[in-house]
Design a protein around this ligand. Sequence first.
Ligand code: NAG
Length: 419
Amino acid sequence: MGYCCCSTMALVFCIWGMFLISVSSASRVGASRQKLEVNKHLNRLNKHAVKTIQSPDGDIIDCVHISNQPAFDHPFLKDHKIQMRPNFHPEGLFDESKLSEKQKEGSNAANSITQLWHANGKCPEDTIPIRRTKEDDVLRASSVKRYGRKKHRSIAKPRSADPDIISQSGHQHAIAYVEGDKYYGAKATINVWEPKIQQLNEFSLSQIWVLGGSFGQDLNSIEAGWQVSPDLYGDNNTRLFTYWTSDAYQATGCYNLLCSGFIQVNNNIAMGASISPISEYQNSQYDISITIWKDPKEGHWWMRFGNELVLGYWPSFLFSYLADSASMIEWGGEVVNSEPNGEHTSTQMGSGQFPEQGFGKASYFRNIQVVDSSNNLKSPKGLGTFTEQSNCYDVETGSNDNWGHYFYYGGPGKNPNCP
Ligand SMILES: *[C@@H]1O[C@H](CO)[C@@H](O)[C@H](O)[C@H]1NC(C)=O
């Protein structure tokens, strides 16, 4: 009896021991497989650098030969002849280089804004600056595959009658928009702030959306602006970013140069790099101008930063609807609200102030324009506004001679009227 009991005990311990060993070796195998996968991804993303610049914010900027950039990993781009400049620039009102001193008053021109890494060097000609992806950047993503991608459909559908779409994704917007025509681009000058983010997995951004198609599974979108995203970048800095998708944020597209698609031609501006300086409450205001337009000749979608810096283009073949034209343009802010228990996040949008606060306090978009089929910049006709919860984040439009069509937007998120 005693023997039997002993042996049962031994067996139990033995099995338990084997279980422990197999659990720990399984997790070791899992960890090393993940490390392998992360390293493979880093090798794919980080191209051979001709020169490397250490940015004061901890970023590493790699100057990569222009023909060696991530875009050319795309099978359709293997034989693509890179275009160094667009055939046409959109023309029209509010060309900043033609503004009088009086008109410039109260707001700094975009060219006074730089990127932090410029303090420590420049990229040579025939290279483009790329923010190096570090192991930690990838490890913060839910999976290697999701790194550099938006997690949810990230688009405001004005007049949406479906509250589920809003509460499911937790994305909140305060935007101005136009629809009902064919658009060939958009422009805006965007006030730059550093909104506070409550949770690591939340973000706050201010951008232009160039949209094609219905709001179904095949939505096409080109996006550019500034964002604060601790998840994507590992800090709270305000960064210049772009995004694109041709299937409503599912399998195609990414931020910046984190997948092949966007072809960069500029050696001065790095996608995803920190912008400096930032506007301060009742103090200096800074803004950036962004233009996105479709080259009437080749059909590619180009992006310009300020009035001279042509960053590059999204080749037309990446898209379905946008291969022809855009059907909607949106301008404004978006935050993610990921608080549990139905409480609202205190993540700020814009400056964190409501629109009625006005200049120097609330964030703005000014000189918002669309590009028409003749490649002319025009004032937006029938500008609408949309916000899911105006007690949390709001938007207010206006127009005058200097700022053309403009709006103030944003808010603090959680407050007594937005519990
Ligand atoms: C970013 O801001 C949050 C609070 O808003 C803070 O908890 C966190 O430490 C900050 N992260 C960094 C890297 O500064």
